[in-house]
Structures are given as C-alpha cells and as structure tokens.
Design a protein around this ligand. Structure first.
Ligand SMILES: *Cc1c(COP(=O)(O)O)cnc(C)c1O
Length: 292
C-alpha cells in the first residue's frame, strides 16, 4: 500500500514560500520516516513467515514506538532492547500499551546488537532482527518513495538526519529520476559529516547532496534557548508542530539559510516533515521554561 502524504504550504515570516511534505500525518505512532522505513521491513517479515520483531533503541526512540504500534497492527509480537538503566517515560508507556516487551540493557552490552539478538533469540525461528532506527536497505527503498509521490518539481528538498538512512533514500529517489533537485541534509548530531559515509553505503552518487553540519545545537537531543524559542514561534505561526530533536533543527537551518540569502527568490523548496512529534514529551521542562 502506498500512502501519499499531503503537501502543505507554510507561512512563516522569513520563509517566502515553503512546501512541507507532511509525513507526520501518515500515522501518529508509526510516524513519518519510521513508517517509510518499516514498510518493506514488514513485507520481508511476512514473506519470511516471521512473527516476532526484535529491535533496539534509546528510551525516547520514535523507532521503538513505531515498531510497537506496527507489531500490534500486524498481529505480530515485539521485543525491544532499550539502551540504559530501567526507566519509565511516556514513550515507553505507549510501547508497553502496544504490547511490546522491553529489555533494559546496559550501554556496554547494547553496543553489540547482533550478540544480544543471538543470545536471547538465536534459536527462535519466529524472531526477526530490525536494526536500531530501522536502518537497512529495505528502509532506504521505503524512503525513496517520498520522491515518487511528488506532484511537481522542487529545486531544493530539506530533511533532518540521525543515521542518514532517510536521506539516503531521498537521494536514491532523486537520482533514480535524474531530477535536478538538490538534497539538503541537516544532521542533528555533532560532527555530522559522517552522514555522508552512511549515505554512500546505500547510494554512490552524491552530486545532489549538501550537508549542513552546523545546526546540531550541541548534539543529539540537545537544545538551546534559541532553538526552543524557534519552536514556540514556528508552531504558533504555522499551526504545525515540530519536534525538538529532529524537525526543529531542520526548519531552523532552512530558515537561517533563507535569511542569509542562500536561495534565489523564486526557487521551490520542499521540507520533509519526518514526524516524531512524541519527542516533545521528552522535553517538557525545557519547553515549559520558554513558554512562561
Ligand atoms: C528517526 C528520525 C529521523 C532520522 O532519520 P534517519 O533515517 O535515522 O536519518 C528524522 N526525523 C524524525 C522525526 C525521526 O524520528
């Protein structure tokens, strides 16, 4: 099944005319790029007759929520190895409600995912290994479909990157159609130039790729008062929620580059809203502080 998420035009003062591919609207729990990534993974699970999804993530992982919801909807069971000590939070609560079994794993053991899988599920025929964040060639294929859905030409496409799998898929889609579209990738981690190597493992033509590595705001899941103020202003002005970990950094980068005159006046720009809005729940204190 292919879902064509809508494209909305956004009115935000420094951005003249920006279009947003609303993958956040595909599903509230199997959200955005996580839905794209799981699509062909789930097809493979069914083709191989597996019934138990085994995956990995941090305590605020959008991928865990997506996998838990996808398992419940597809009549599968799921286990997640959660990085770090035993905690409770809103996202893990949702995972549990969907029936996911959580195994908290210390950081040292967590590093070797295959060993964890082999130890716990090595002899379980029904178990299916899904890497952290869903990273895989199947995930890249699913993300490439975003490009097939576009009804018109865009000169520039923006997306946020954690592992770079989504960006690799978008680039694959752009290259497959030989589009003259430039892909702008905003890593949300410090030292994000590694994203290019990650993309190269899936797609070797990177002529259409531009990395903007200066918008990490201190690193993964880190924020600054400036970013939090941006979220407040952007959400109130556009009526569209963004999350502090991924999409806020991407929209900030797009806004900043636009203000600095990076783009010609009448170019068409599309931002991919990759979803992940439950990430807001992980930053309530920081966000409340700027809303006072
Ligand atoms: C997971 C996630 C990303 C990062 O995707 P990668 O494929 O790992 O680069 C971006 N945006 C949101 C909202 C996410 O949840």
């Amino acid at each position: 099944m292919q879902i064509f998420s809508p494209i909305h035009q956004v009115h935000f003062t420094p951005l003249n005319e920006v279009f947003v591919k609303r993958d956040d609207l595909i599903d509230p729990y199997i959200s955005g790029n996580k839905w794209r990534k799981l699509k062909y993974i789930l097809a493979d699970v069914k083709a191989k007759g597996k019934t138990h999804l085994v995956t990995f993530g941090g305590a605020y992982s959008n991928h865990l929520v997506a996998t838990a919801a996808a398992a419940a909807r597809n009549n599968l069971t799921a286990t997640a190895f959660v990085r770090g000590e035993n905690v409770t939070n809103e996202m893990l609560l949702i995972c549990r409600l969907f029936g996911m079994n959580l195994i908290f794993t210390d950081r040292e053991q967590y590093k070797n995912k295959q060993a964890l899988f082999d130890t716990h599920f090595g002899s379980a025929q029904e178990a299916y290994f899904i890497d952290e964040g869903g990273a895989s060639a199947a995930a890249v294929l699913g993300c490439a479909e975003v490009i097939e859905e576009l009804p018109t030409h865009f000169d520039h496409i923006f997306c946020a990157a954690g592992t770079g799998t989504t960006a690799a898929g978008l680039l694959k889609g752009i290259n497959a159609q030989s589009l003259a579209t430039q892909l702008h990738v905003v890593p949300v981690l410090k030292g994000g130039s590694f994203i290019k190597d990650e993309i190269l493992t899936y797609e070797n033509n990177t002529t259409k790729l531009t990395l903007h590595t200066d918008y990490h705001f201190g690193g993964y899941a880190k924020t600054t008062p400036e970013l939090l103020q941006f979220i407040k202003k952007f959400t109130a002005e556009t009526g569209m929620l963004i999350d502090p970990v991924y999409t806020a950094k991407m929209f900030y980068a797009l806004t900043d580059l636009t203000q600095k005159g990076h783009f010609k006046k009448d170019v068409k720009i599309l931002a991919i809203h990759t979803g992940g809005l439950l990430g807001i729940l992980g930053m309530q204190d920081q966000l409340n502080a700027v809303l006072r």
